[in-house]
Design a protein around this ligand. Sequence first.
Ligand code: ADP
Ligand code: MG
Ligand code: ZN
Length: 426
Amino acid sequence: EYEWTQDVDNTLRNIFNLDSFRPQQLSAINSTLSGQHSIVVMPTGAGKSLCYQLPALVKPGITIVISPLVSLMEDQVRSLKNRNIPAMLMTSSSPKEETQAALNLLKDKDTKIKLLYVTPERLAKSKRFMSNLQKCHADGRLQRFAIDEVHCCSQWGHDFRPDYKFLGILSNMFQNVPILGLTATATSHVLTDVQKILNIPGCLIIKSTFNRPNLFYKILEKPSSQEDCLNILEKLLKYRYKNETGIIYTNSIKDSEELASGLRKKGLKVGCYHANMEAEDRSKVHLKWHDKHYQAIVATVAFGMGIDKPDVRFVIHHTISKSMENYYQESGRAGRDGLRAECVTLYRMQDIFKISSMVFSSVGVLGHLYGMVKYCITGNICRRKLIAEHFNEDWGSDDCNQMCDVCFENNINTKEIRLESHCRTI
Ligand code: ADP
Ligand code: MG
Ligand code: ZN
């Protein structure tokens, strides 16, 4: 229905080798191709990158991608190059020749480069970059700005980056160049703040649902001793999750080592994973888990990127996450295949203080932790309803389908279900 529709379809199939779009990807692509400022809100892993990588290829000119993490940009540029898509990266630590090449391509009418990845401080601090970008714009070759992790603009986001504030000048300085922001943060005051900072009031917001109907959410009371925690984990692994694979998230390297060795003493096959391990050992553990030699990996949140295992059947949190956003992302690694999977959190009040002393330093963080606590101490409110509210959604009041402990236990009319009896129900 648009002049580019055929091109978009062909590019999806022939260049990205994908069969179809995921929910809202096409809306985002059409919105930005029609020249509108837009913000895409999708959960992590939903496929936000395609929303700017694909449009970049169907129109002439260069797409500038702004992203806060150099390692993520390196990954993306590498995988684009593997698909023969001409892309380039420019950071403050790039070698001189590369920086020069990136600066030149902005002035070069014959350049083949379609995507140029830059860190926000490049924009904020390099006059030469900015003046070349203006030349590029004057020549009509600046196609669009894609701002990944756009919530970093806002102090209310969980990941504020001062350099992102500078991006507010783009909409004035480069008239008629569409901005496409992307984030997994759906809070309405963060989104409003982002629009204000970027000077794009009333831009189109394209949001896909955060609902994961196949995930069962559950809270267990966390005992005070590590030994008792180990007993709970042992039961879960030996009975409830027998022959299944999953992740146990801990809050510290010490916890992950203690729990892994404790579970091994109980005869369970588990691996340990954290940032203090050598990269080589980490990938060994990951592989053994992936190939089911390990039933579970006991890990800090360092275990995150590159998990592409679709049949993770459980994600257990030994300690609460530091925000609902983090919890959603970590627990969301379960059940990617669409089959039932369980997200269990061990909760005790003392852990609030443990986490808050770690994260107290940054603005707004305590508020984020509160969202997580609220989810744990809900009383008699459906956990999915709380998650939906957190992400500004309505999943329908009766739509839990007993896929949380509250609704499940209410349904079988037993107010007090003992942990033991529950654990033996497979
Ligand atoms: P996000 O930025 O939203 O966290 P990514 O852009 O990194 O997500 O994409 C996550 C994964 O989903 C990638 O491996 C990507 O190749 C895959 N993906 C994206 N779109 C599609 C699609 N339409 N069909 C199949 N896989 C897709
Ligand atoms: Mg992303
Ligand atoms: Zn429920």
